[in-house]
Design a protein around this ligand. Structure first.
Ligand code: THU
Length: 133
């Protein structure tokens, strides 16, 4: 799917953000092979560490609708940043387990600037299930 469509959907997701503490709204959308889009936005809590990021909410949303790692083709992230918004370390770790290593990840901002990457590039040498064997 074209970035423009994914970006529009990520902006819609961002509107669902619950971020009264940071006032930093983030939107994300996961695209599946069969063309479905699953939204996520950051959801904060007065006990700050309980906050859930947009990327993780989007991927968990897709999974709760029956989709798995191999079904995912892209993830798009948007926030009001100078440079295209970069995912936090926790989200990178989760994506390294639940998202295909070479699936497209679009980092973007409200100006519509974007950068294409993947989780292999964002988190090389990730700790994984294999390390537990
Ligand atoms: N946030 C995300 O949703 N994704 C990221 O990758 C970075 C941070 C959220 C968490 C918190 O609600 C707010 O942005 C400020 O850190």
């Amino acid at each position: 799917m074209k970035f423009e469509k994914l970006f529009k959907e990520a902006l819609e997701a961002r509107k669902l953000s619950y971020s009264p503490y940071s006032k930093f709204a983030v939107g994300a959308v996961v695209e599946t092979k069969d063309g479905k889009l699953f939204k996520g936005a950051n959801v904060e809590n007065s006990s700050y560490s309980l906050t859930m990021c947009a990327e993780r909410n989007a991927i968990y949303n897709a999974m709760m609708n029956g989709y798995k790692k191999d079904d995912f083709v892209s993830l798009t992230l948007v926030a009001d940043t100078d440079q295209p918004c970069s995912p936090c370390g926790s989200c990178r770790q989760v994506l390294s387990e639940l998202f295909p290593s070479d699936a497209v990840i679009y980092l973007s901002n409200l100006k519509g600037e974007y950068q294409e990457t993947n989780i292999e590039k964002l988190l090389p040498f990730a700790f994984s299930k294999k390390d537990l064997d």
